[in-house]
Write a protein that binds this ligand. Structure first.
Ligand code: COA
Length: 374
């Protein structure tokens, strides 16, 4: 076989999709035809979740019933809380969230129902419960008691209230909402493709989501938002930024939050997220973080011509909002559940088992010798 191998599936088009379109040539991104920047200014994350799961932006009545459905499912069971309590505390929160979702699957009695209607219901259930799981984990790590979800608060207000026992300013709520919109969907990235591969064998919805979470955790994918903040803390002041980055580049090390498989001249989501990161930093009078970020960006652009990706402004924005670093990627999960679900539904609606080939380059056929003669 002499087929050309595209390492990392670079440039390979594996299927069609109607969920989102990444256009690197114009640095733009649309969800079901809507430019993501416009969604950030004119819609909420919940409306975008509706768009991804139900294929259209909701009207007022549709949004009200979608929101009611989400609010009514925020509680997690006492059994799930017991499972969470058993998880070793040294575990990464991504693994904890994956384990919790794996348990949620066991609570379902209709895992084998692959209808679109069931998948949308399961996605809404996760959309409602994952914030409660994350908030429970955040508070457990801080030795604080769980705060019950409140159906009188909207999606973001409720999440912050469960995490920190207060609803933050409108600037922080808006910046968080925008981050969720921008993180919601991005075509055939590694975690989405993983979810589609799992779906293609006719496995269940929760299994596909758990696979997506495992893929997203990696620092070359969603885990980069955590790595970015660790880098900014390690730089430890604007005056050290040049030396830090130059040393790292000399050592030929990867700088987290930079580069992208598809966008080679800038990530379409960065300017929007950056604007809201700056808003948060200004409000909290912590603009030195933005100064360090800007300097790092300048040097890498000048020396390597590599642009920042969404994780670069999202990481420090989450830090300023008060989240612990190891919870940044779980926040990404809270949002990306919607994109994964849209792709799981799409894959399932026109499925063919995903099963590529490989070129074998190991030993040729060998004889198995008796153990005494090897
Ligand atoms: N820092 C330093 N150099 C980088 C870089 C980074 N963040 N991203 C890419 N490069 C360099 C590579 O070393 C390579 O250089 P070379 O041609 O001299 O070997 C070149 O740019 C091409 O990069 P490549 O790794 O082939 O691109 P890719 O499409 O396979 O990888 C990423 C894309 C995202 C995995 C890669 O850019 C990366 O590791 N980024 C950091 C992690 C990150 O932020 N991930 C979140 C993505 S949204």
């Amino acid at each position: 076989m002499n087929a050309e191998i595209k390492k990392g599936l670079y440039g390979v088009v594996v299927d069609e999709t109607r969920v989102s379109k990444v256009m690197p040539e114009t640095n733009s991104l649309t969800y079901r035809g809507y430019p993501v920047q416009e969604l950030c200014t004119k819609a909420s994350f919940l409306e975008v979740a509706h768009l991804l799961l139900k294929k259209e932006l909701p009207n007022e009545n549709e949004l009200a019933s979608f929101s009611e459905l989400e609010k009514s499912q925020r509680q997690i069971s006492p059994d799930l809380m017991k499972i969470i309590d058993l998880i070793p505390q040294h575990s990464h929160p991504m693994d904890m969230v994956r384990t919790a979702i794996s348990y949620l699957a066991l609570e379902q009695t209709n895992l084998e129902d692959r209808s679109e209607q069931n998948y949308v219901s399961q996605a809404i259930s996760l959309l409602a419960k994952v914030p409660t799981i994350i908030a429970y984990l955040i508070r457990k790590k801080r030795n604080q008691p769980l705060l019950e979800p409140s159906s009188s608060l909207d999606f973001n207000e409720n999440f912050f209230n469960m995490c920190f026992a207060k609803v933050p300013s409108s600037t922080i709520l808006k910046a968080f909402d925008v981050s969720l919109i921008l993180y919601a969907e991005h075509s055939f990235n590694a975690s989405t493709f993983t979810a589609r591969v799992i779906t293609s064998s006719l496995s269940d919805f929760y299994g596909a989501v758990c696979g997506g979470i495992s893929s997203l955790k990696g620092p070359l994918h969603g885990g980069a938002n955590e790595a970015v903040m660790k880098m900014l803390l390690d730089i430890n002041g604007l005056e050290n930024a040049d030396d830090w980055v130059n040393k790292r580049l000399e050592e030929k090390k990867v700088i987290m939050g930079f580069g992208h498989r598809v966008y080679k001249s800038g990530d379409s989501r960065v300017p929007t997220m950056k604007k809201y990161y700056i808003d948060v930093a200004k409000e909290l009078e912590q603009e030195e973080w933005v100064e360090i970020s800007n300097r790092v960006e300048e040097i890498i652009l000048k020396k390597k011509n590599i642009h920042p990706n969404l994780d670069f402004p999202a990481g420090p924005a989450y830090y300023l909002m008060g989240f612990d670093i190891d919870f940044f990627t779980p926040l990404f999960v809270m949002s990306r559940i919607t994109g994964w679900a849209a792709h799981i539904i799409e894959q399932n609606s026109d499925n063919r088992l995903i099963r590529p080939l490989s070129h074998y380059n190991g030993e040729l056929q060998r004889e198995v010798k008796e153990i005494t003669q090897r």
